[in-house]
Design a protein around this ligand. Structure first.
Ligand code: PLP
Ligand code: COI
Length: 340
């Protein structure tokens, strides 16, 4: 199939409308079969639950062209499971995992022209999401829902790609204890917008959120988990019940242990420890691993020994191994790669 006429090497992380999207509707207690449509708009009641009380959840995953020309997605079963964890917490209906995967297959197949070529650095980002669609005026869950998946080709999440970024320790909280920080609900992102706009105005690329209860433990950013590398090459990542369990992080921890022979620790990380780490990175589907060069904590500057010019050595190895697996250059663990 002919590829779309895009400058693959230079696309950023933005929305580019593609040909087909998947839509399924939930009504009278059941999902319909779902189908592709070329219509990129959504028409809703003015009183739809999503518009009034933000009953919406989403996922993010990518499709890649591998070295041998296959089009694949990475661990989409985990996105299906996490969407359903989000749905249960938001009083929304779960979607059968097989239907989620079928939607992913259909959307990737319908947009093959937009799956970036191998080696271009770009990928096709898939955005599954679900929202309350019928009128709701008293505060309660909707009765009807729509599940959709669209696709958009993307480049690096942070401008500059592998250049280390600068972040600040943020005074706003992202997630309350026993709240919704561990699920992927739109509301978590709505309430981070003021903090990210402020961070950008002050010259920072991202926010480091701390735990809301004690404000002493590292949590995550608005859209990615943290990994740290110690001076003796251990991989450390925060353990918290109020962060989103990242599929990228889960995969990186496996890669660190099983492919690179590194020790891995998932534990509480005190903000006072930051100065002792050798490297820091943000990990997520969109971010892949984005190196952090500097953290500013209320005037105190922590510059990691890996510096502001390039990724740290261990971070780079993790990045190369994970992306090698995703692009079919390194053998993947069983079940990680879904050929479309
Ligand atoms: N944390 C937050 C708040 C996110 O939005 C994301 C993105 O999905 C992640 C972490 C990374 O998760 P994943 O690796 O599954 O994309
Ligand atoms: C992702 O990494 O898929 C995300 O959802 C992060 C961000 C774009 C919200």
């Amino acid at each position: 199939m002919d590829k779309a006429n895009l400058d693959w090497q230079n696309i950023g992380f933005g929305y580019i409308q593609t040909e087909e999207r998947y839509v399924a509707n939930y009504k009278n207690g059941a999902w319909d079969k779902g189908a592709l449509t070329k219509d990129a708009t959504v028409v809703l009641s003015e009183c739809a639950g999503v518009l009034q009380y933000a009953q919406t959840i989403f996922e993010g995953l990518k499709a890649y062209t591998t070295k041998n020309g296959d089009v694949v997605t990475f661990r989409p079963d985990l996105n299906a499971k996490r969407l359903n964890d989000s749905a249960r917490r938001m009083e929304m209906p779960v979607i059968p995992e097989e239907q989620f995967l079928e939607g992913v297959r259909q959307v990737v197949n319908g947009n093959r022209a937009y799956v970036p070529p191998f080696g271009s650095g770009a990928t096709l980002y898939l955005r599954p999401y679900m929202f309350g669609s019928n009128p709701v005026i008293g505060v309660k869950p909707a009765d009807e829902y729509q599940f959709r998946i669209f696709a958009t080709p993307v480049g690096p999440y942070f401008k500059g790609g592998a250049k280390p970024i600068t972040i600040r320790v943020c005074d706003y909280d992202r997630a309350a204890p026993n709240g919704t920080g561990h699920i992927k609900a739109g509301l978590n992102y709505a309430m981070s917008l003021h903090a990210i706009v402020e961070a950008h105005e002050l010259g920072y690329d991202e926010n480091m959120y701390l735990d809301a209860k004690t404000r002493t433990k590292v949590e995550e950013t608005g859209g990615a988990n943290f990994i740290f590398i110690t001076k003796d090459n251990k991989v450390v990542t925060p353990k918290s019940s109020t962060i989103l369990p990242s599929i990228t992080r889960k995969s990186l921890l496996y890669v660190a242990k099983e492919y690179l022979g590194l020790e891995v620790e998932e534990r509480e990380v005190d903000v006072e420890e930051l100065k002792d780490f050798a490297e820091c990175g943000l990990c997520g589907t969109a971010a892949v691993i984005s190196p952090v060069g500097k953290i500013v904590n209320h005037g105190e500057e922590i510059v990691f020994p890996s510096g502001m010019d390039q990724m740290g050595k261990v971070t780079q190895k993790l990045y190369d191994t994970l992306t090698g697996i995703q692009m079919g250059e390194i053998e993947a663990p069983k079940g990680w790669i879904y050929v479309i």
